[in-house]
Design a protein around this ligand. Structure first.
Ligand code: MRU
Length: 350
C-alpha cells in the first residue's frame, strides 16, 4: 500500500517501509531513501534527512510502527522490550521539538491499550495510529492556514525564517500553510525567506518549496532583514515553532529571536503558527527548554566545503527563545490567540 499526503511529500508509507524526502540534498536532488526500523528512523531524524517539528513527530510515530512490524514474530515480552528500546532511541534523536515526544507518548498510549493483544495485531494498530497522526497533521495545518490567512492583507510582503512549510510537516505547513491558504484565497502574498544560517533551511528548502507552488519568494541573507524592515519593505513576519512553553515563550530556529526583536522595533506584527501538539504545558517558560547544539561542521562549512579555519572554536546552538511579549499572535488549529500569555495558553489547551 502506498500512502501519500501532499504534493510535496515529506514522508510516505510505501510497501512496508517509510520513505522520507532527504532534505539534506534539496534543492539539487529529490531522493526518497527507505527506512525499515526505529534505529534507521532515529538516524534519519538526527542527521536531518527529515526535520521540522511536526514532521519529526510523524517520522517517530512511523519509527515505532516499523519496529513493531519488525519484531512481530517475537514472543510477547521480547516484543514489548524491543518497543521500549525503540521509544528511548527515537526520544534521544533530537531534544528541542516537543512534537517528537508528543507523538511518542501517543504511540505509547496506543501500545498500552493493546497489552493483551498478540504482536502482529499490535503492529497493525500502531501503523494505523502513525497514519492517523500524519493525516491529522495535514488537516490541522489546513485549519491553521484558514485562521491565519485572515491576518494577512492583500497585498502583503511577509518575512519567514527557517522552513515551516510542507517540508517541515506532513503537508501544507504551519507558517507557510498560512501563506498558502492566503494565496489560495486570492491574496497577493510575496514572501521574503531568510536564508537561515547555518543549515540554510530558508535558502535550500523554503525558497524551493514556494517556487514549486509558484508563490513569489525572494531570498535574503539573515542579516538583511533589519535593513528591509527599516525601509518599509516587510509588512509582517510569520514563523513556526518547535516548542511553545506554558507562558507563551517560543522556541524556534536560531535567529528567530533577532527577527522578533527587529519586528517589534519597527512596529511589524510577528506571528507564530503552530499546532497544539507544539505547546508544552509542562514547561513553564522558554528558559527551561533544552536547546540543541549541533556539530561545529555545520557552521564552519557546508556540503563538504569548509570556509572557516580548521580548529577554530565554534558554538552551534540551533534554536533560540522568543519571549511571549514579542509575539503579536499565536495561530493554532483552534484559531488566533493575540498577545499570548500563560492564561491564554491555559485556556487554549482546555
Ligand atoms: O532544525 P530544524 O530544521 O528541524 O528546525 C525547524 C524549525 O525551527 C521550524 O521552524 C519549526 O520546526 C517549525 S516547523 C513547522
Amino acid at each position: 500500500m502506498k500512502k501519500i499526503f501532499n504534493k510535496i511529500n515529506t514522508l510516505q508509507w510505501n510497501n512496508g517501509a517509510l520513505e522520507m524526502l532527504d532534505q539534506r540534498l534539496l534543492p539539487s536532488r529529490v531522493e526518497y531513501p527507505r527506512f525499515e526500523s526505529a534505529a534507521e528512523v532515529a538516524n534519519g531524524i538526527r542527521s536531518m534527512v527529515v526535520r521540522g517539528a511536526p514532521a519529526i513527530g510523524c517520522a517517530a510515530a512511523y519509527g515505532m510502527a516499523l519496529e513493531a512490524l519488525r519484531l512481530q514474530a517475537q514472543p510477547h515480552d521480547a516484543f514489548f522490550a524491543g518497543l521500549a528500546r525503540a521509544d528511548a532511541l527515537l526520544a534521544a534523536s533530537r531534544p528541542t521539538a516537543v512534537n517528537l515526544f508528543w507523538a511518542l507518548k501517543r504511540m505509547r498510549t496506543r501500545l498500552d491499550s493493546l497489552r493483551g493483544a498478540q504482536p502482529p495485531g499490535i503492529a497493525g494498530a500502531l501503523l494505523v495510529e502513525a497514519h492517523a497522526i500524519t493525516d491529522e497533521d495535514v488537516r490541522l495545518n489546513q485549519a491553521m492556514g484558514q485562521h491565519g490567512a485572515a491576518l494577512l492583507h492583500d497585498p502583503m510582503r511577509v518575512l519567514t525564517h527557517c522552513n515551516a512549510g510542507a517540508l517541515a510537516t506532513a503537508g501544507h505547513g504551519t507558517a507557510l500553510g498560512v501563506i498558502r491558504s492566503a494565496v489560495a484565497a486570492g491574496k497577493r502574498i510575496a514572501v521574503y525567506a531568510d536564508e537561515t544560517r547555518p543549515f540554510l533551511q530558508g535558502a535550500r528548502l523554503t525558497a524551493w518549496e514556494l517556487m514549486q507552488d509558484g508563490i513569489p519568494v525572494t531570498l535574503i541573507a539573515d542579516s538583511a532583514a533589519g535593513l528591509l524592515m527599516r525601509r518599509g519593505d516587510i509588512d509582517a513576519v510569520i514563523v513556526g515553532a518547535d516548542r511553545v512553553a506554558a507562558n507563551g515563550d517560543v522556541a524556534n530556529k536560531i535567529g528567530t529571536y533577532g527577527v522578533a526583536v527587529l519586528a517589534r522595533r519597527h512596529g511589524i506584527p510577528f506571528y507564530v503558527a503552530a499546532p497544539l501538539s507544539t505547546i508544552d504545558a509542562g514547561t513553564a517558560c522558554g528558559d527551561a527548554i533544552a536547546i540543541e547544539e549541533r556539530p561545529a561542521a555545520e557552521v564552519t562549512g557546508h556540503g563538504g566545503t569548509q570556509w572557516a579555519a580548521s580548529g577554530v572554536g565554534v558554538r552551534n546552538p540551533v534554536f533560540d527563545i522568543t519571549p511571549a511579549e514579542l509575539v503579536s499572535a499565536l495561530i493554532t488549529e483552534r484559531g488566533v490567540t493575540r498577545t499570548p500569555d500563560g492564561a491564554k495558553i491555559t485556556a487554549l489547551l482546555r
